[in-house]
Design a protein. Structure first.
Length: 181
């Protein structure tokens, strides 16, 4: 296949798959952190992901309270994206065991990267909200999502002149994770 045409196909599929993956991960992390869905963002996430998650829940039960259907859906989307990218870039047969393992590993890697990017965006949003509008309704939502990451850092790094620098440290750590993944 012509390289330019393949790039266009990957761009179109990635443009559809990645935002849906972000929404599925947001749903997973919102349930994991027990963040209520009774706000505009929560309703938005539910409405755009129910069509995929609810049927999966009939097959895939929650595991230890984790929304495994949302996580599985996000992973399957990333596998689809990885398979497309590899099949368009490779001349090898797609259905060999080695190729399927490579697709599964790349799907997991992509999913981890999207998760880290999601948390970086949330950390930046939390930092900006805490500096400019700490009483904004979004601050509660973002705070609930980032608190599991920031709580251990806050035990080590106290506020400096009442300014919480742990989101900046968490962003630096997230950048290191991105380099390693």
């Amino acid at each position: 296949m012509h390289r330019t045409f393949a790039e266009v196909i990957v761009l179109i599929v990635d443009t559809c798959v990645t935002p849906l993956t972000v929404l599925l991960l947001a749903r997973f992390f919102m349930q994991w952190s027990r963040t209520p869905f009774d706000n505009q963002i929560g309703g938005f996430v539910l409405r755009l992901t129910n069509w995929l998650v609810l049927p999966l829940r009939r097959i895939v039960p929650a595991i230890r309270g984790f929304d495994s259907a949302s996580l599985l859906a996000a992973y399957l989307l990333q596998i689809l994206l990885a398979a497309l990218m590899i099949s368009l870039a490779s001349t090898y047969e797609l259905f060999t065991v080695a190729m399927m393992l490579m697709i599964a590993a790349n799907g997991l890697r992509f999913l981890l990267r999207v998760s880290v990017y999601l948390f970086i965006v949330l950390l930046v949003a939390q930092a900006m909200l805490s500096w400019f509008n700490p009483y904004a309704p979004m601050n509660r939502l973002v705070g609930r999502l980032t608190d599991p990451l920031l709580r251990p850092l806050r035990r080590i790094v106290p506020p400096i002149s009442n300014i919480d620098v742990t989101p900046l440290i968490a962003i630096l750590l997230a950048q290191i994770v991105l380099i390693l993944v």
